[in-house]
Design a protein around this ligand. Structure first.
Ligand code: NOJ
Length: 755
């Protein structure tokens, strides 16, 4: 603690610091909580359960009128426990000072913020990070995000989003780790560890929040906030594992969800919040509602009014109300009327205060308010090399016919075409509230940093027209092709054309479901027009979700999936295009051929009619106008080298020590050093509850020089071999299993064993 802060503290005579902070060494957190709670009124406890978004123009005087004035009064009266969307030490300090100095008990606020993929320095969007399959790098990314956010006064992030999703129409797939519960669980664990570190009370770590509990990633028709109706096998074997992984990693908070799950809004679900999370999983942190999701239970048709919504939410186990204003307005009277047991208020307040204690806010409410640290950490963006590293690892090479890539470093005339090539903001992705506008390195800038080639740029066409804001709809250019001519002329006289096409960052994320997943606007037309004059095209995609690109997949020789890669986007892409980094990313989500195939995912179940008995017959599981297979499967990604796999060998010692090992030899069969992500998939061929055709149950990354071989050994235990049946019982059933080990989810490198 600085001297200034010490002087400040000794001048505080509030109860909390006299009775709780000063003897912190002797008293356990539980004792301190007991003491504090015994002094709090019902209203003050409810106040801890009330969270507002930034309502105060911190540069000006306190608001004097309207609803924000009321909120400001509530803050001064100890009726606000948390704020979100406040950022920067000066702003945080001002609000914290009110909580600490002006309220009766001086209880500090906890400051939440959507630190989703970086804070000031932006990492690749989470879906892109997942494509790296590099758990260490992903953990480091979260750690660095926490480092920056905490330097700006934040002590709680609303991340990681661990919602599994199989539907690329849903815009929020950009914020998750894709479609697979095994990969998703590993990443969920890594992200929590990264944010929270080993010591939550360190000024450089922040509390994480597993969201959105639960099922939010399965909205009908991929439409945002839509009804979720899924059965027990999907809920417990697909949706829940990543949430459970965050518990195992020690996550301190959960967020429930906007959507209803099987007829009950998640926010009002006692089963999810009390029975499963708090009782079965022993979660002792707190649950925050999603923004306004308590009051939205009225529109859902579950609560008859605001008062009823508050009653349902607290009884169900939602501890903190984000922006519904209903706990602070309704709970006290609900308790007095006997509709809510005061023990539930005690429990919720206790959970929230406990996390504040763990963060160390009672020992120093200003521990995240260090101006000097803010200036050095935020100003220096010292983690640029780490975000560059992860951006490179996140890129997926989808196609490289005729080895157009890597590009020669000199003597080439390279045309760069597409609005996204020069865009310095879209690469920052959807969640970049604290980043500076235009702070990403564009693809064009990245390419120009290599000076041996002639790089010439023509936009071709705008992608958007008008404003591109976080809260508003975008307008996509669907008519203006006036720039095509210049682009075509340039393409004609170039050796290679790099086309930067895809989605604007504000086309994915919350509230951004799409019904068409092709290249938006006039981009497909532009691509075909350029292709007509120069076929030597490298298509660099930027997008927050899988796209449908059947024409490009068929015709364009080279396709690189570049997602929204963050601050260092252009440098990462250029290094991959020029071969300074050999691409190693693997898709964390299936790319469909067409929207009609959705939801499409690799871990599907067989039907009774998986293939036709006679060729040409219709009575089997298929479309009459589309293939069943994806454009690019889960786990897919090429390299500038090639890899070969030996047939896997099983050592089944399950009866002796409950484990099966599977070994495989991987060889770099190409001419460059490269990294392969060796993936193991399992199929439990028949079971009391039908198991998927394949399930990822292990992966390992290996870097090999040309000709080098390495043996990888996977161990399968009850954890990998079992599943939840419909009574939520974990079972490993005797019988036949298939194991596949190889480069992606469609590998045919197979071996069988019996348990
Ligand atoms: C709504 C989103 O669903 C949630 O994920 C986010 O954390 C909150 N808004 C706060 O911004």
């Amino acid at each position: 603690m600085t001297i200034a802060k010490r002087i400040f503290f000794t001048s505080i005579s509030f109860f909390v610091f006299n009775s709780c902070a000063s003897d912190s060494n002797e008293q356990s957190v539980d004792d301190r909580l007991d003491t504090l709670l015994s002094k709090m009124t019902l209203e003050e406890k409810i106040g801890q359960m009330n969270q507002y978004s930034s309502f105060w123009d911190v540069t000006g005087p306190a608001p004097k009128e309207g609803s924000t004035a009321k909120q400001f009064e509530q803050l001064k009266n100890g009726l606000v426990g948390s704020m979100l969307n406040v950022n920067g030490v000066e702003n945080v300090r001002k609000l914290q000072q009110i909580a600490v100095e002006e309220t009766r008990l001086g209880i500090p606020l906890i400051f939440g913020f959507d630190v989703i993929h970086g804070f000031k320095t932006i990492s690749p969007i989470p879906l892109a990070e997942a494509a790296s399959w590099d758990l260490e790098a992903i953990e480091l990314s979260a750690k660095n995000a926490a480092l920056e956010a905490s330097a700006a006064g934040i002590n709680w992030t609303f991340a990681p989003m661990v919602d599994i999703s199989r539907d690329a129409r849903w815009g929020r797939v950009m914020e998750g780790a894709g479609e697979d519960p095994y990969l998703g669980s590993k990443i969920a664990h890594a992200r929590v560890k990264g944010f929270q570190g080993d010591d939550l009370s360190a000024p450089t770590t922040i509390a994480a929040c597993a969201k959105h509990f639960a099922g939010y990633g399965f909205p009908e028709a991929g439409k945002e906030y839509n009804t979720v109706d899924i059965g027990a096998p999907t809920l417990h074997n697909m949706v829940m594992p990543p949430f459970k992984a965050t518990i195992d990693a020690g996550v301190r908070t959960f967020m429930n969800s906007f959507s209803q799950l099987n007829g009950v809004p998640a926010t009002g679900s006692k089963y999810l919040q009390r029975t499963l999370l708090k009782e079965k999983w022993n979660f002792d942190g707190f649950i925050v509602s999603d923004w306004g999701s308590i009051s939205e239970m009225v529109a859902h048709g579950y609560a008859k009014g605001d008062n009823h919504a508050a009653e349902l939410a607290i009884n169900a186990g939602s501890d903190m109300d984000m922006e519904s204003h209903l706990y602070v307005n309704e709970l006290a009277s609900l308790v007095k009327e006997g509709k809510v047991d005061p023990a539930l208020i005690n429990d919720a307040a206790r959970r929230i205060l406990k996390v504040k204690f763990e963060l160390g806010l009672f020992d120093d409410p200003y521990k995240y308010c260090d101006e000097a640290r803010e200036a050095s950490v935020i100003g220096s963006q010292s983690n640029l090399s780490e975000v560059l590293d992860l951006a490179k690892k996140s890129i997926v090479l989808l196609k490289n016919e005729n080895n157009v890539l890597p590009l020669a470093k000199k003597g080439q005339k390279i045309a760069v075409i597409g609005a996204l090539a020069s865009d310095k903001t879209s690469p920052l992705g959807n969640w970049r509230l604290a980043a500076d506008i235009n702070s990403a390195v564009s693809l064009l800038e990245g390419l120009k940093a290599y000076s041996g080639n002639t790089i010439t740029y023509a936009k071709g066409a705008d992608l958007t027209t008008g404003k591109t804001e976080f809260v508003s709809d975008l307008t996509i250019n669907t008519t203006d092709t006036s720039g095509f001519k210049e682009a075509i002329t340039l393409a004609k006289k170039s050796d290679v054309v790099i086309m930067a096409l895809g989605e604007h960052a504000m086309q994915s994320g919350e509230g951004r479901s799409r019904a068409y997943l092709g290249l938006p606007g006039v981009q497909q037309e532009l691509l075909e027009a350029v292709f007509a004059v120069n076929k030597n095209i490298v298509l660099v995609l930027s997008n927050g979700r899988p796209l449908t690109i059947p024409w490009a997949a068929q015709n364009i020789p080279t396709i690189l999936e570049g997602w929204h890669l963050g601050t260092q986007s252009g440098n990462a892409l250029a290094q991959v295009l020029y071969g300074d980094y050999n691409p190693s990313g693997k898709l964390p989500m299936t790319f469909p051929r067409s929207v009609g195939q959705l939801p499409l995912y690799y871990n599907y179940k067989n039907t009774g009619r998986p293939s036709p008995v006679n060729p040409g017959e219709v009575f089997w599981t298929h479309y009459i106008d589309q293939k069943n297979t994806p454009q690019y499967p889960f786990g897919f990604g090429l390299s500038y080298t090639t890899f070969g796999f030996s047939k896997p060998i099983v050592n089944n010692t399950y009866n002796q020590n409950k484990q099966v090992t599977v070994s495989v030899k991987v060889t770099n069969t190409g001419k460059r050093e490269g990294k392969e992500t060796v993936q193991l998939y399992l199929r439990d061929i028949y079971a009391s509850v039908i198991r998927p055709m394949r399930e990822l149950k292990g992966f390992e990354q290996v870097v090999l020089t040309p000709g080098q071989t390495k043996e990888i050994i996977f161990t399968l235990t009850e954890q990998e071999l079992g599943f939840f049946n419909n009574q939520q019982k974990w079972l490993v059933e005797k019988g036949d299993f298939e194991v596949y080990v190889g480069e992606d989810s469609q590998t045919i490198n197979q071996v069988n064993f019996k348990l």
